[in-house]
Ligand binder design. Structure first.
Ligand code: HSE
Length: 437
């Protein structure tokens, strides 16, 4: 039986999952592939740590370069993460003509162009199903099964940590800090959660999806990114009263004059398919011109789910090697010379509905001043709630707007915060309501 040699860079959580699948499902993989996959080298800075899975010690090395330079290795699996070491190793593996499988969304979001060009130059292939949505098979589906469609919308819950935190805040009424601390203690959230809770991980994944759906390599720095750390329980409760749930959404919409690309807490109607996706689960909805909306839900992270996507890529890579059909599909499913270069639109240009919360001193004329300023900016109020005053004179006032422009809303909030008897800075949350206004 033909044998393909796999070199693994990064023996962390997902790397251990890959080793486990190659071992536990060996005969199944052979039945599906008609060849065997042999783990030939495993590189990690720490080769002694117990990962709960054993590897022949002779395969372990701290020298990752020796893996990408090993002429025997057919497929290099990069699971180091981050950009510095991963970038140079992936480029070198591609330059050496090897097929690369990676789950590294930061690498693709920040250095995708260089990596895809290197692959093209060398007739090498790169697969990255595990980079977005963990085990959810959406990248191959967009590139292959849905390639008849022109896409115009991407909506995604792409970070399990944020979705877990928001789910507990929504269903248990807990505060952000308490849930995050508990999630860290239980190992669901990283010790340094910044990348997750501030939306950066989600933005990396959205950048990859924009490439796949719109054939556009976005300038990552232009993607608007706002995380969940300022979401409070009171906003979740008001959202519920208005018939919405708050999710951290990645949103991108194609337009002739540019692409919307934004990550922010978003109010979704409770009956939206993504509104019911709870806990650590991820979900993505794309809308194609012929297929309409397609939604995937599944485990977006973790050892087993991500390793499932990675090994799926390894099998696809090996099938292509066997058939001698490398480069059958371009990395993003578009030929390099037709990739568009549409700009990312500034968030100021966003037209949408907004939730606004003001923390005001309950005295005559305050509401009048707020609505006058909003009115002067052409912002129309669709509905409003003012909580009854308790012991304190401070009360929350919540408004939902009709469609308006974000730049106008921001200008209005700046004036309101400066001119009205406001106790805390005003809160703005964007609403995604599929044009129900
Ligand atoms: N840290 C990510 C999450 C998984 O919480 O979803 C890896 O992308």
């Amino acid at each position: 039986m033909k044998e393909f040699k796999v070199g693994l860079l990064g023996f962390g959580t997902v790397g251990a999952g890959v080793v486990e699948i190659l071992r536990d499902n060996k005969s199944l993989l052979e039945k599906r592939l008609g060849a065997s996959l042999r783990l030939a080298q495993v590189a990690d800075l720490d080769v002694f740590r117990d990962r709960g899975v054993t590897v022949d010690p002779s395969l372990l090395t701290t020298d990752a370069e020796s893996v990408v330079d090993n002429p025997e290795i057919d497929i290099v699996v990069e699971l180091i993460g981050g950009c510095e070491a991963a970038r140079s190793l992936v480029l070198k593996a591609l330059a050496n003509g090897k097929t690369v499988v990676t789950a590294n969304k930061a690498l693709l979001a920040l250095h995708g162009r260089e990596i895809y060009e290197e692959a093209t130059r060398n007739g090498a292939e790169i697969f990255f199903e595990g980079a977005v949505g963990g085990g959810i098979p959406l990248i191959t589906a967009i590139k292959e099964n849905l390639c008849a469609n022109r896409f115009h919308t991407i909506l995604g819950i792409l970070n399990g940590t944020c979705n877990y935190i928001l789910t507990r805040m929504t269903h248990n009424g807990e505060g952000f800090d308490a849930v995050l601390k508990d999630a860290q203690e239980k190992g669901f959230a990283e010790a340094d959660p910044t990348f997750d809770v501030e939306g950066i991980d989600t933005a990396h994944k959205l950048a990859v999806l924009i490439g796949l759906c719109f054939g556009n390599l976005p300038d990552f720095a232009k993607i608007y990114v706002e995380g969940i750390s300022r979401i409070s329980s009171i906003d979740i409760e008001f959202a519920r009263q208005f018939g919405y749930v708050i999710k951290l959404l990645a949103i991108s919409k194609w337009g002739k004059d540019g692409i919307e690309a934004r990550i922010h807490p978003t109010m979704l109607p409770v009956d939206h398919p993504l509104a019911a996706v709870d806990g650590v689960f991820n979900a993505v909805e794309v809308v194609g011109d012929f297929v309409g909306p397609v939604t995937w839900i599944g485990q977006g992270a973790g050892r087993k789910a991500t390793a499932s996507a990675v090994v799926g890529d390894v099998i696809q890579a090996a099938r292509n090697l066997m058939a001698g059909t490398r480069r059958r599909t371009a990395p993003l499913g578009y030929l390099a010379d037709v990739m568009e270069n549409l700009p990312i639109k500034s968030i100021d240009k966003l037209i949408g509905q907004f939730y606004l919360r003001f923390s005001v001193i309950d005295r005559p004329g305050v509401l009048g001043k707020i609505s006058t300023i909003l009115g002067e900016k052409g912002i129309s109020i669709a509905s409003m709630i003012q909580m009854k005053r308790k012991a304190e004179a401070r009360v929350p006032v919540v408004m939902m707007t009709h469609q308006c422009c974000e730049a106008d809303i921001r200008a209005a909030l700046k004036r309101i915060d400066a001119e009205v008897e406001i106790c805390d800075p005003s809160v703005l949350i964007r609403i995604e309501d599929n044009g129900r206004d």
